[in-house]
Design a protein around this ligand. Sequence first.
Ligand code: F6R
Length: 615
Amino acid sequence: MCGIIGYIGDKKASDILISGLSHLEYRGYDSAGIALCYNGTTNVYKAQGKLINLSEVLKTKQEICDVATKGIGHIRWATHGLPTTTNAHPHTCNCKNFTLVHNGIIENYQELKEELVNCGCIFQSQTDTEVAAHLIAHEYGKTKDLLSAMQSAVKKIKGAFAFCAIHNNEPDKIVVAKRNAPLIIGVGEGENFIASDIPAIIEYTKKAIYLSDYQVGVIKKDSIKIYDENNTLITNKIEHLPFEAMAISKMGYKHFMLKEIHEQGDVVRNVLSGKLISPEHQIQLNEFKLTSEKIKNISRIQIIACGTSLHAGMAGKYIIEKFANIPVDVEASSEYIYRDTIADKNTLVIGISQSGETADTITAIKQVKAQNSHIAIITNRADSTMARLADSLLPVNAGIEVSVAATKSYMAQLISLYLLAMYLSEQKNITKYETDIKNLKQELIELPNKIETLLTNTANIREIAKKYSSYKDFIFIARGINFPSALEGALKLKEISYINATGYGAGELKHGPIAMLDENMPVLAILNTGIVYDKVLSNCEEAKARQAKLIGVTDYLADKDKDLFNDLILIPSISDLISPALNIVVLQLLAYYIAEYLGKDVDQPRNLAKSVTVE
Ligand code: F6R
């Protein structure tokens, strides 16, 4: 989603702003712009589409780029108004002295706009951001001070925002503010940075201050001052940023998605490290803060998440209910929030989010936190807003995920849920699953090697991807613990190839979707040796009888059944219980190779954003 960068120092601001924005590109965007300040004037440059278009514009503005040492920049993911150059940020007031970039949504922008129009403001764009720009400039007209103008403007704004603002009359500073949208201040020597996410500034500094909601900051090249909502000067801790610049390089892979798929063996090792010592040892989960007494009192679990994280949660339900003997509800955060939900002190709420910044999940977590439930957050971003809301923070440490389509973060979430399920079971002293848990631990230890074996033999998957890339529709079926794998496989395919793909519980096919089956509808079936194997096989027969092209993903198939399938993808032998962790690698690769074969923008699919910070 939108990204912000700001710089003040002695270096060429344009280079730092463009490089910073390029590291935010992965978030998904549709236009970009920067404002460069020099000698008390501000020049705004914007372009529709990719950052390269903005760089082309800047090539003709070298005289400013060479001298400007302060600036702000933005990539926009359209919410209010089309993705045009006019609607791109930065936005200015009418006299062009004040300039603003903004992430988030101003909910009361229409009423503010009416008031500002009555005061004589003339609007150029359809954006809510331009309303904020006029509002802050209007307040500046009263106080002639950018800090107090920002402070009084934010009091009038409803909604979510991260602001980065400059005024020609105050050339030595950038003023920032935030509420429900992330913003960090990168601390340098004789220079400072502002960004909505770490990758934008990591190549320049490893030190940063996290701005909290309702705070306003004044950033100069050699000082950072932060004020709370009562205008008291406060000191925020300087934190060490968790990423290395290397982590945001493709390391020779054609796309970040392919690199991230290939990292999954190590991701599993990372998640298990220190927590799963051996099959004989109990799971160590020091981050989980409930005592075993309190764990015994948990009467229900609610898992709240969106998209891919929701699918991980759905798989989590199978594992937790199996081992911990606690009923689990899994719900999309966006559905959880606008109804009366029932939770209490004996409810464990698990929020799952790769980014930790998904607005729907944050709202849901805040809502349920007020009901005194224990909140566990599984996230890849221990520095995120959601992480800061956690009673128990379970970071998955998958490393930064750049490709918009989530792959390794899903794997990390899945493995964390296996660990959590076993941990809850062991803390409750449920002895009847001891052997099953011991076997699962052994399989988890072996999993990274199996993932890597699978990843070294992808020729068959590539062939199948090529063969099916011209189909317009796809169905994925599975049952039991792999039903979420079918949903996730379909989501991956539609996200990056724009092929209409849907996942179904295989048993549901005959209750409606079977009507769509004919020779133009490939059906991918996941079938692993286990309790639902024969059932899925029967569902495959039903599909075949309707001429559907059948692709099987399996760790075992009897010779007699092989003819049923047009194509087969064999994975290393694995138990049904842990097979989602291998099957998903196949489905990620299949989606990747189809999209790559079709020449799609794999890492930045159209209309999608990496962290969805609007509800
Ligand atoms: C799909 C994908 C999305 C996210 C969803 C929630 O590849 O990444 O479906 O899973 O937007 O995001 P997080 O996990 O950051 O809360």
